[in-house]
Design a protein around this ligand. Structure first.
Ligand code: MN
Length: 200
């Protein structure tokens, strides 16, 4: 299992990062060891600024290489909300040097996602949210994505063969921010709480 992620897929998040709008999707990977299946996120020893990025997440059902527009219709079979954890200080350092980001994004337990749900026909209009206690940290809708799901799947599969059980993170809306040890974050898809994580 691998985790395929896309950078900058919501325009207001690109703005808050001081980045330009992308002309094409930029992908990065997290390995299976980045999956925090149980929801416990140990604060990394190498960072002073661990940040959350709440994202719509899809499960790859069929997969393949170089998927066409028709192929992608049944490429995914479940949706949920996940968190792309990022060591933002380390990422900023690596970006400033023009170096790859894996150490800031692909470390152990840097990815979590909630319970899988069937994909509703109107999923793009259903708000997803990340809450800390009662505070709404982030809220977005799939329809705000710069590159739609079909393009993410077809374009990602030009580089990386997608396999059943792989996971696609589709980018974060605005409002990313830091977590602290002791925080509990809960993710919602519509009215459904898909799960929670806690920082230790
Ligand atoms: Mn992200």
């Amino acid at each position: 299992m691998k985790i395929v992620c896309v950078a900058r897929n919501y325009s207001l998040h690109a703005v808050e990062m001081g980045a330009s709008l992308p002309e094409r999707p930029i992908f990065f990977l997290k390995p299976a060891t980045a999956w925090a299946a149980a929801g416990e996120i140990p604060y990394p020893s190498f960072s002073q600024n661990l940040e959350y990025e709440a994202e719509l997440v899809f499960r790859i059902a069929k997969g393949g290489w170089n998927l066409s527009a028709e192929d992608v219709l049944d490429a995914v079979d479940a949706i949920t909300v996940g968190i792309d954890f990022t060591a933002r200080d380390l990422q900023a350092f690596l970006k400033s040097k023009g170096l790859p980001w894996e150490m800031a994004k692909a470390f152990d337990k840097a990815a979590w996602w909630g319970a899988w749900l069937p994909i509703p026909p109107d999923w793009e209009n259903i708000p997803f949210k990340l809450l800390r206690h009662t505070e709404i940290l982030q809220e977005g809708r799939g329809k705000e994505m710069i590159f739609p799901l079909s393009r993410l799947l077809s374009e990602a599969s030009q580089y990386f063969s997608l396999e059943p059980g792989d996971v696609l993170f589709t980018g974060t809306p605005k409002g990313v921010g830091p977590v602290q040890r002791g925080d509990t974050l809960r993710a919602f898809f519509g009215e459904t709480c898909v799960g929670e994580v806690w920082i230790t």
